[in-house]
Design a protein around this ligand. Structure first.
Ligand code: NAP
Length: 639
């Protein structure tokens, strides 16, 4: 299916327009109409949203303001329909400045304007597309490992730059994490207008936060639309990649669907394998003795019918918080083994469908989707980052790391208390003690409390001693019988690129060089591994701000910049300079030590075996964008 983009034609009658406006998100609609009609008087000072604040309906506009905004919007839509507006092209910078000032209360500063324009992709333009094309006379092919979100993106960009490429994908289809994680209830926790490529905005997301199948189909559609399938070798695994300094080539050892081994020679490699693709099973005594079926959330065994069964779930992270409510409805008895409770953020519309009127407006109003995306972007850009910063003088470090972090704690605590006020026994188990944002915050629309209060659900926090053929034994010695065990125990996030063997200059093994502590320059390049680029590599994960797609778009632009720099140099390869890489990582480490996830002692997948935060990006989104705009030749050795 094609990606449905805005059509910009309105033929519906007044009644339909009026009806649609009942579902409109007004703080983004008036800006879209102002831009479409060129009439900026639509952005009346008295209708300004109260502020960009997550979870506040209609940006805090009062009922009167909303009614007035609808009337204005209705007139503007009619004028558009009836061809009564003639718009002259205007500088987009000016529009962005005026509109962002109206929407957010303060005009975006000059350094943000180019970033916002890219994100907004006005008129559907793809402003991050490479503006160069490879000279066809230069033989140069890139291997992309993985056809998930970032691999597809890399392929789109390489194609635009006329750089030949092949994608090697171990699965039978594209989609990566959205192909593999088919557990019940799997969905994205970043609103879709933002969790989607800036240049492939779709107007018909059925839900604000799409379910797994919808996202998988989106990535399939992107692969189709950009003609990528013919470049993908499905069912093929990359076992190893070895750099040959003499030729400057990488040699990839592949295992084909038939199980045969094959070699692929390329000039550069882009690893797009993600951080969360190797399931992590716990090391619990007796695990293998369990008599019934057991499986990990990312390898969901759909052949196991949970209806009427006694199901044990180990883990309560982001994955488990999504599948537990669904399987609780099927299982006869669900026993949840929680080690660390989550902080929950209230998002009442988390599971809601996009109302029909809003969908109609997305489809028909020029720029509406873009300004809606802008609103989400601004909301989450650096949204909670300030609340994750450590204040060294803060005295209440057992509960929070700063006044802002404490405020967040109060907000989430009040929400959780409200959800469990009738069940003090459960409240005691679910209220976290660690500072918020040390771990991933889970979105909730009330379903967690509803699930835990069910008669067939039990939440245990005693710790697991062992697993027997019959069930799970907690540290108090009680055996909890189970027919099925589901492990929602996360991923081997610190083991970047495993199980592949990557050998660089002088045959050095990447995992040996890392020695359990993966790091990279920009999260992308590693000294001794020329022409080897990682997407979603070390320190490019975000905890409280942004969308991982935003990062991938920045990373891919940087990688394309590196390839251009290399091709124009006439040399074989570029290798990141050690001192540049080390200085960069010192800066990252210093900043991560000043973030709540860097100082909290709670378990999290953000720290590796050496205790270093190897996953997270500690700064603002714009900082990553700025540093990845183009590579600095001085950062690389040309070989
Ligand atoms: P996770 O966050 O690492 O959660 C793993 C869970 O298993 C935790 O509750 C952990 O407890 C528990 N656990 C691990 N080993 C255990 C053991 N030996 N005994 C008892 N409990 C154990 O993994 P995840 O839930 O799969 O999520 C990983 C990441 O994937 C998320 O942080 C997020 O970035 C991403 N994700 C996103 C979405 C989404 O909504 N878009 C959905 C799913 C996943 P502790 O907390 O004590 O370690």
């Amino acid at each position: 299916m094609a990606i449905q983009r805005a059509t910009l034609t309105i033929s519906e009658d007044d009644a339909t327009i009026r009806q649609s406006l009942e579902d409109a998100f007004l703080p983004a609609l008036l800006p879209a109409l102002a831009q479409a009609t060129g009439d900026f008087t639509l952005l009346r000072a008295d209708l300004k949203p109260a502020g960009v604040s997550p979870g506040v309906a209609q940006g805090g506009m009062t009922a009167e303001q909303q009614e007035a905004a609808k009337l204005i919007a209705f007139e503007a839509l009619r004028n558009l329909r009836d061809g009564r507006v003639q718009t002259a092209p205007r500088p987009i910078e000016e529009d962005v400045r005026r509109i962002s000032a109206w929407m957010t209360g303060s005009a975006a500063s000059d350094d943000y304007i180019p970033l916002l324009i890219e994100e907004l992709a006005p008129g559907g333009e793809d402003l991050r597309a490479p503006k160069w094309r490879k000279d066809p006379a230069i033989p140069f092919t890139v291997a992309i490992i993985g056809a998930g979100m970032s691999g597809i993106l890399a392929a789109i960009r390489l194609k635009q730059a006329a750089v030949p490429f092949v994608i090697v994908e171990k699965n039978a289809d594209v989609g990566g994490t959205w192909f593999e994680n088919t557990y019940p209830g799997a969905r994205v926790d970043v609103s879709n207008a933002f969790y989607s490529y800036s240049f492939a905005q779709k107007t018909d997301w059925p839900k604000h936060f799409s379910t797994q199948e919808v996202l998988l189909n989106y990535f399939r559609d992107c692969a189709e639309e950009y003609g990528l399938r013919e470049h993908i070798r499905f069912g093929t695994e990359v076992c190893s990649a070895t750099f040959d300094k003499r030729s400057g080539n990488w040699s990839l050892r592949l295992r084909t669907p038939a199980g045969a081994e094959e070699t692929l020679a390329v000039q550069a490699v882009i690893s797009a394998v993600g951080q969360l693709n190797q399931p992590k099973l716990p090391d619990i005594a007796g695990m293998n003795s369990f008599a019934g079926p057991s499986f990990h959330s990312a390898r969901w065994d759909h052949s196991v019918d949970l209806r009427g069964k006694r199901v044990a779930v180990i883990g309560t992270g982001a994955s488990a918080a999504q599948f537990i409510p669904v399987i609780a409805e099927e299982a006869a008895q669900l026993t949840i083994f929680q080690r660390t409770p989550n902080w929950f953020a209230p998002v009442p519309h988390y599971h809601d469908e996009v109302p029909a009127g809003l969908s109609w407006l997305f489809l028909h109003v020029p720029h509406y989707m873009h300004w809606y995306r802008f609103w989400l972007f601004w909301n989450t850009t650096d949204g909670l980052l300030h609340a994750a910063k450590v204040d060294e003088s803060w005295e209440h470090r057992d509960r929070s790391v700063s006044a802002a972090n404490d405020e967040l704690r109060e907000l989430f605590s009040a929400y959780i208390r409200g959800q469990f006020e009738d069940r003090p026994d459960l409240l005691e188990k679910v209220l976290p003690k660690y500072p918020p944002a040390s771990k991933r915050i889970i979105l909730d629309n009330g379903i967690w409390a509803r699930t835990l209060k069910r008669a067939n659900v039990e939440l245990l926090i005693d710790g697991i001693r062992e697993i027997t053929p019959r069930g799970v034994v907690t540290c108090d010695g009680v055996e909890h019988p189970a027919d099925v065990i589901v492990y929602g125990t996360g991923f081997q996030a610190s083991k970047f690129l495993t199980p592949m063997t990557i050998s660089g200059r002088g045959g050095i093994d990447l995992n040996r060089q890392w020695d359990g502590d993966a790091r990279a320059y920009m999260g992308i390049t590693v000294p001794n591994f020329p022409n080897f680029f990682m997407l979603y590599g070390p320190n490019t994960n975000i905890v409280v701000n942004g969308s991982i797609i935003y990062f991938s778009e920045c990373e891919v632009r940087y990688v394309l910049g590196c390839l251009r720099m290399l091709l124009e140099s006439g040399r074989n390869a570029i290798d990141c300079r050690r001192e540049v890489h080390d200085a960069y990582n010192e800066r990252i480490d210093r900043a991560n030590r000043e973030r709540v996830w860097g100082v909290a002692t709670v378990n999290s997948w953000y720290r590796n075996q050496k205790g270093r935060v190897a996953q997270n990006w500690p700064f603002n989104l714009i900082d990553y964008w700025r540093q990845t705009l183009e590579p600095n030749p001085a950062d690389y050795e040309f070989i």
